[in-house]
Ligand binder design. Structure first.
Ligand code: PMP
Ligand code: GLN
Length: 402
């Protein structure tokens, strides 16, 4: 069973939805107004724009991220605007991975990486984030780490790329500069490309800082950084994303994009451009949405963690992103439904929770390779980018049954 079927099941049962990752509140008014304005601005916003990204958008993305990466980003060469981060990922794999290439994927991973690698003809090689030994009960995503020796052992002459995701979905891990440097050193040593999925880049908590691996010495030339306006401005349905990197890599992604999708909706790109211009102007101030959203979500994150603990679940506090995973093994629910008996425990648990209790979550084994799925059946993922009323409804369900 795939995740998409669980999303449908949640809709069929009208479950309280802490499953799929999307906000159930509106984007900030400045981007909504920009979208409406774009639609009323005459014919041009209803027509085709530049294939590789609407000029207003690539210009401001380049200006914005030049400041962050610490180098001059060329709007016309180094950026490709895509239909959400999904399509940026798809173009990246199609463009860079050939038959026989190996791609290292860090587990747990956002579930489209593996099929995308396979569709490009590549082979996925997995390396796990593991709870650090000897640190007691695991309470934070920071305790999940890569073993440098294990990671190094995964590189081979066939390795073409490594995919990392920081902040990570579903765990919420935010890689420290030191961890990124270790990955960067291996990429440079083995002449490997790094695909860095950073769609939750503005969502970090408790003073944790997001670092772009592309900003480390020698990494700009070999990194494709993936971003999402859906996550950035709480507008997942707009499907605006981008890939950013050196022109010599990006040109191949552009070929795939031009010959498949051509470009994404002009008015949505214009609205995102206005949003980034506004954020550029107020960057680092309390007015910035990139400053406000994590503060808003931090409260929800603590609230959900407290609730999960109070009903006997063991949550792992995320350093970033908008998901929290929790260990369900304490609950000892007897899952007797014979129709699901061959599925992993977390899938059966999630289905039971939707059907019997009206609460939707996501099984964490969905974020593991078929080889390792069985070892990770005791966690489920909760999404907390939700209205307080939704979190309250979820709490009511959890408290009633525990
Ligand atoms: N990467 C990660 C880690 C995600 O969680 C998601 C889900 N939104 C995406 C990429 C895809 O983003 P988009 O909605 O912009 O296509
Ligand atoms: N990124 C979101 C999530 O992980 C939505 C993606 C999806 O539904 N496939 O829930």
């Amino acid at each position: 069973m795939r995740r998409v079927e669980l999303t449908q099941l949640a809709a069929d049962y009208k479950a309280v939805n802490l499953g799929q990752g999307f906000p159930d509140f509106s984007p900030p008014s400045f981007v909504q107004e920009a979208f409406c304005k774009a639609l009323n601005e005459g014919f041009s916003m209803h027509q085709y724009t530049r294939a590789f990204g609407h000029p207003n958008l690539v210009k401001i993305l380049a200006k914005f991220f030049s400041r962050i990466v610490g180098r001059e980003i060329d709007p016309m060469e180094d950026i490709l605007v895509s239909v959400g981060a999904y399509q940026a990922l798809f173009c990246t794999f199609q463009a860079l991975i050939d038959e026989g290439d190996e791609v290292i994927i860090v587990e747990p991973f956002f579930d489209c990486y593996q099929p995308m690698v396979m569709m490009a003809g590549g082979t996925a090689i997995y390396v796990p984030l593991k709870p650090r030994e000897g640190c007691g009960p695991v309470l934070s995503s920071a305790d999940w780490v890569l073993s440098p020796e294990e990671l190094a052992s995964k590189f081979s002459p066939r390795t073409k790329a490594i995919v990392i995701n920081t902040p990570n979905n579903p765990l919420g891990k935010v890689y420290k500069r030191k961890e990124l440097q270790m990955i960067a050193d291996l990429c440079i040593k083995h002449d490997v490309i790094c695909i860095s999925d950073e769609v939750y880049e503005w969502l970090t908590y408790d003073g944790t800082k997001h670092v772009k691996i592309a900003s480390l010495p020698g990494m700009w030339e070999r990194t494709v950084t993936i971003g999402s306006a859906g996550k950035t401005f709480s507008a997942t349905g707009w499907k605006v994303g981008w890939a950013m990197g050196s022109e010599h890599i990006l040109k191949h992604l552009k070929t795939v994009h031009q010959n498949s999708v051509y470009h994404c909706a002009t008015a949505a790109q214009e609205a995102v451009a206005v949003g980034f211009q506004r954020e550029y102007d107020v960057f680092g101030t309390e007015e910035s949405y990139f400053h406000q959203l994590p503060i808003h979500l931090h409260e929800k994150r603590l609230r959900l963690a407290d609730c999960l603990k109070s009903v006997g679940l063991k949550p792992i506090l995320p350093q970033g992103g908008y998901f929290m995973i929790a260990d369900i093994s304490n609950l000892n629910v007897d899952l007797t439904d014979p129709s699901t008996k061959d599925e992993p425990y977390d899938y059966r648990f999630v289905k039971w929770l939707i059907k019997e209790k009206g609460l939707a979550t996501i099984p964490v084994s969905a974020f593991y390779s078929p080889e390792h799925r069985n070892e990770f059946q005791k966690y489920i993922r909760f999404c907390f980018v939700k209205e307080d009323s939704t979190l309250q409804a979820a709490e009511d369900i959890l408290r009633q049954w525990s």
